[in-house]
Design a protein around this ligand. Structure first.
Ligand code: BTN
Length: 235
């Protein structure tokens, strides 16, 4: 398959995918990443899937709440597997184990006026792939930390249950999602280094606002940045 996100979108267009449908691939030939990047994953080693959400009753301004709920669910599920490690959300919605990326999320929304009519939530998790020899990729897998292969089906089941419960919270108590997201942000409350339009700047990470912008305190003032404008430098 080219991309589970693309396939999910096509199935939905043809009325063949309902709310909660999950499309899973063992390999993708055109995996999509954030900001138009590609997502590469070793076939039959990892998890690549997309969830179709059709009953999202969110206004466009709340779009990032869905990303936050997904990121919180994934952070929690992976942390449970690796209690000894620091599993954190790297803004806007990557999951890192210590200082390496283990999971990427790509949410693609469709709109009906000012409401979100559909979200395709694409998730790629490095589960059993070995990255040690490609350290320049800054990627890591769950199995590299566990020292053993992980049952992908079991992990997927747990993750889907967790995502469902966090998505329910977006209606019932969105503050819980906002707080959990900030709490697990990589560098929260710390002085971090960023690439801001090509210049290296320092700022204290104060969280993420409701539209998904990163809040930094710089020279005593709070500033909000959009994805693509600023990049957190790790390590
Ligand atoms: C990122 O880190 O840039 C986001 C990566 C998202 C990758 C997943 S793999 C399953 C789904 N299908 C895609 O084409 N992309 C997402």
């Amino acid at each position: 398959m080219a991309s589970t996100n693309e396939f999910a979108l096509e199935l939905s267009r043809q009325n063949m995918a309902g709310n909660g449908s999950v499309i899973i691939a063992e390999f993708q030939t055109k995996g999509r990443g954030q900001l138009g990047r590609s997502w590469f994953s070793e076939p039959f080693a990892n998890l690549m899937f997309s969830i179709v959400l059709k009953d999202v009753t969110k206004e466009a301004s709340d779009a990032f709440l869905i990303n936050k709920a997904i990121a919180v669910a994934l952070q929690q599920s992976i942390q449970t597997l690796l209690p000894e490690q620091k599993v954190r959300i790297k803004w806007p919605n990557d999951i890192y184990i210590n200082e390496r990326k283990v999971c990427g999320i790509l949410v693609e929304n469709s709109y009906n006026g000012s409401n979100i009519s559909q979200s395709i939530v694409g998730i790629g998790i490095n589960v059993n792939q070995h990255f040690e020899s490609f350290s320049s990729l800054n990627a890591i897998s769950i199995s590299e930390h566990l020292g053993a292969e992980t049952d992908r089906e079991e992990l997927l089941k747990k993750i889907l249950e967790n995502i469902e419960s966090k998505l329910t919270l977006t209606d019932k108590s969105p503050d819980k999602i906002n707080q959990a997201f900030d709490k697990h942000l990589l560098g929260y409350g710390e002085l971090c280094v960023f690439d801001l339009d090509g210049s290296i700047e320092g700022g204290t990470l104060r969280g993420c606002d409701s539209s998904g912008r990163l809040i930094l305190e710089m020279n005593g003032k709070e500033q909000h940045f959009v994805h693509g404008q600023i990049r957190q430098l790790i390590g």
